[in-house]
Each structure stands twice: as structure tokens, then as C-alpha cells.
Design a protein around this ligand. Sequence first.
Ligand code: PDD
Length: 286
Amino acid sequence: MSRIVYVNGDYLPEEEARVSVFDRGFLFADGVYEVTSVLGGKLIDFDGHAARLQRSLDELDMRRPVEMEELLAIHRELVARNDIVDGLVYLQVTRGAAADRDFAYPDQEVAPTLVLFTQSKPGLADSPAAKVGIKVISIADERWGRRDIKTVQLLYPSMGKMMAKAAGADDAWMVEDGSVTEGTSNNAYIVKGGKIMTRGLSNDILHGITRAAVLRLAREAQMEVEERPFTIDEAQAAEEAFVTSASTFVMPVVEIDGAPVGNGAPGPVAARLREIYLEESRKAAI
Ligand code: PDD
């Protein structure tokens, strides 16, 4: 059975879904996106993703295609139509298709493009990688300066993933001015003296929705949190390292540039945070 996707008001089999060749998402990467996870048929942290989407749109003077309640209804409809138990909903908004290719934004009357699709990932929360951890390499952060806006300009993160693959690793941590910004598609953390450390919020990183929830839950569980940048050397010498995102939740990192982190196995802090995050998220899922 073919997947049903949403395009500008219509639910269509994926083969029939179309966007214009003049769409600014295609021509200029003039678009923003969100990825929301689904566990047990319910959406995790939808409100956080909706709020960040609104912020991304505002930062780019882009029109919101539909009201947030409708967006929630579309997410739910797609989950239902595609029988998603565990998986992801991908949403993309672009500035739409102007009459011609022009660097200047078109008039506000041009309708934004709204596309959503699902990805089924049975057992998403029981990923085998979470039990053994992942390996990362460090690479220079060569992305643009507004990483707080979740745009579809993902070529450098894709290059980073390929560099990691070529080095026999799973992902890359990006480094700027000597300290780690984030992973190619996740936020990065270390644990030192039992304290959880992660870079503070700024334009240098994406303000992860999972990050916000994990830090809140860590503080509620009386774990110490410090929001500050750290270096690769510090990370290699840390007790633990991990990443967070909507697609991986809390994922231990066991090797950085070939050096084991701690004893080279997932540590107790990441394991505990993963457990608390999944438990609380399932409870709050809608
Ligand atoms: N990526 N940093 C970057 C650069 C990201 O692309 C992501 C998410 C995150 C984590 O954000 P959140 O916790 O809200 O998922 C941090 C998504 C999952 C993706 O591109 O597939």
C-alpha cells in the first residue's frame, strides 16, 4: 500500500504528490521544517515543535500556512491513514512558488507550500544503537550563522554524515572556535563529575525540543546541569557523552575521534535520562 502524504490541503498517494519546480524550497532552500516523533500512535512534544515552527517562520517573515490546531489535525490524520505506531512525522513549509526565480521574497499573497509525510519506524524507542552507543568524529562547523532557525539547508549536515560514514563512525560533532556546537542533526552533551554539560542556547545551535525536555527532566530529578560550551578534548576525557533529538531521543556516544568515552560503553546518566524522557514523553503524548 502506498504512503499517503499531505500537500497543500490534499491527502494523496505519494506517487501523485507534486510541488512546483518554481517552489522556493527547491530553488533557494527557502523553507523550514519540523520532525515530530510518534510512539504508540501518539505525537511526542507536539506543542514544542509547533512553537519552534512558528518561531522559524517569524524569523524568516514567512506566512503560516494553516492554524496550529489544523496542523495538529493533519499530523493525526497522517498517523492514522498510514497506520503509524512508532515513527516520525516530517513537516515542511516553504515560501511557495513565485511566478519566476527572484532572490527577493515574493509578495505575501503567494501561498506557502505545506508538505507533511510519515516515516514508519517500528520499535523506534528500542533502537539497538541505544544499548551500545554511537561513534562520532569531529568536523569543522561550516554551516551558516542562523542555526537557531530550522531551515531545510541541510547539505553541510549531509556532508558531515558522509564524512562520519567514511571514517567508520555514525555521526559527526561540529566544532567552531574550539568548542562543539552540536551534532549533524542532534544536540551534544557530556557528563563530567556527574554534571550534565551542553552548549547554551544562541544562534549557534538549533534549540532542540528534546534538549529542552531532557534538561527540565534532569533538573527535576536533581541532576546538575551546566549550559556551557565544551571542547573535543574535554568530551574525550568525560565520563559520558550523548546526543538528543526527536528521532534518537537520548543516544549515548561511546567514541569520539577514535577515543573511547569513559569505559567505551553507554553510561548510567544517559541511560537514566533516556528512560525518564521516554517514560514522561509517552505519558504526555497526544
Ligand atoms: N534534527 N540540532 C540539529 C542541527 C538538528 O537538526 C536537530 C533535529 C536537533 C535536535 O532537535 P529536536 O530535539 O527538536 O529534534 C539539534 C531532526 C530530528 C532532523 O533533522 O531529522
